[in-house]
Design a protein around this ligand. Structure first.
Ligand code: UT7
Length: 325
């Protein structure tokens, strides 16, 4: 049976590093609180680059590593909640800059689960045979939608992009997936609200505070620990794979405590969970592909390894995949 194989990975982040101590200068917080509650020590924050710059950098890297010509790319999908524009999509901007003139390009929105949703869409196009390959990217400049006066959220997030070049394969690739949405909980995590103000109503056009990330952190924590555990267990069960057979889990890099709970409840040893939120924070849709790229670039994954990618995010949404590398 045809599957979708990850051929190469890549990432691109802003150069500017903001530490917990830097944040303690602008809000009432401390390095100790942030590290204890989240595991985050520093994050990359845009020095002026917008999301498209990070997405384009990632696309160039995955193509170069896969040794594929831009004109041979069939599909480009970018997941983001912080695109440069409402339109064009980030995917179309990437298409232009890398010269992938024959590709179909569009964005998907599923917040921090976005890369998983994008990869799932690409997988279906490839499995049906409509397209042979795809570039899938998660890219965010969350710093532009963060309220830098809100200590409950501004310490959590960072900017960055990560992605993969994938293509049809007969042997290894995406073996099992579980995506889900629970729209009834959408209010616990929102960002980017725009008001319906116009010349014919009296709605105020103001943007703050609804424009920024608004989050009920405890409810998100509860949702994440419950749904990610269920989703990982479901994928293992459906694939007939035991926790011991998993080489690595690449989870959404939101909070190290969420990962501890998921490891404990799924029975997959904690040391198999790859984390890098200590130096990048939570980069939403970019977090899973950035962590996967780090793991891959270090040469830690071997062909044939069973790897789980799993994430959760606004919507609320979640997505898990079991991949034979
Ligand atoms: O991609 C999905 C994105 N979101 C998430 O994954 C978020 C999931 N939730 C979490 O990670 C955690 O809920 C947080 C890290 C956001 C918060 O941790 P918590 O243990 O749930 O803390 P809390 O919200 O219950 O707040 C505890 C205390 C409060 O003070 P009081 O009321 O006990 O006096 C907060 O005001 O910590 C205070 N606090 C802070 N103190 C220092 C909140 N933010 C900060 C801060 N520095 N940055």
């Amino acid at each position: 049976m045809k599957t979708t194989k990850i051929v190469s990975t890549g990432a691109c982040v802003p150069e500017q590093i903001i530490t917990n101590d830097d944040l303690a200068k602008i809000v009432d917080t401390s390095d100790e609180w942030i590290v204890q509650r989240t595991g985050i020590r520093q994050r990359r924050i845009s020095g002026g680059e917008n999301t498209s710059v990070l997405a384009i950098g990632t696309a160039r890297m995955v193509l170069e590593r896969a040794q594929v010509e831009p004109k041979d790319v069939d599909l480009i999908i970018v997941a983001s909640v912080t695109p440069d524009y409402g339109t064009p999509s980030l995917a179309c901007m990437v298409q232009k800059e890398i010269g992938a003139e024959n590709a179909v390009a569009f964005d998907v929105v599923a917040a921090c689960s976005g890369f998983m949703f994008g990869l799932s869409v690409a997988d279906k196009y490839i499995k049906t045979g409509l397209y042979r390959n795809a570039i899938v990217i998660g890219a965010e400049t969350l710093s532009k939608i963060i309220n830098w006066e809100d200590r409950a959220t501004c310490v959590l997030f960072g900017d960055g992009a990560g992605g993969a070049y994938v293509e049809a394969s007969e042997d290894s690739g995406i073996m099992q997936e579980d995506l889900g949405s629970k729209g009834e909980l959408w209010e616990i995590l929102t960002e980017g609200y725009t008001s319906p103000a116009n010349a014919f109503n009296d709605v105020k056009p103001g943007v703050a505070p609804d424009y920024y990330v608004n989050m009920d952190g405890r409810s998100v924590f509860k949702f994440a620990t419950k749904m990610v555990v269920k989703s990982v267990n479901r994928v293992l069960e459906q694939a007939g794979v035991t926790p011991e057979e998993i080489a690595f889990v690449v989870p959404h890099q939101a909070n190290v405590r969420i990962i501890d709970v998921v490891a404990h409840k799924s029975g997959i040893p904690r040391e198999k969970f790859y984390t890098n939120m200590d130096h990048y924070g939570n980069t939403s849709s970019a977090s899973i592909p950035m962590a996967l790229n780090e793991l891959n670039s270090k040469g830690l994954i071997k062909r044939g390894d069973k790897v789980i990618l799993t994430g959760f995010g606004g919507g609320m949404t979640w997505g898990t995949m079991l991949i034979t590398w």
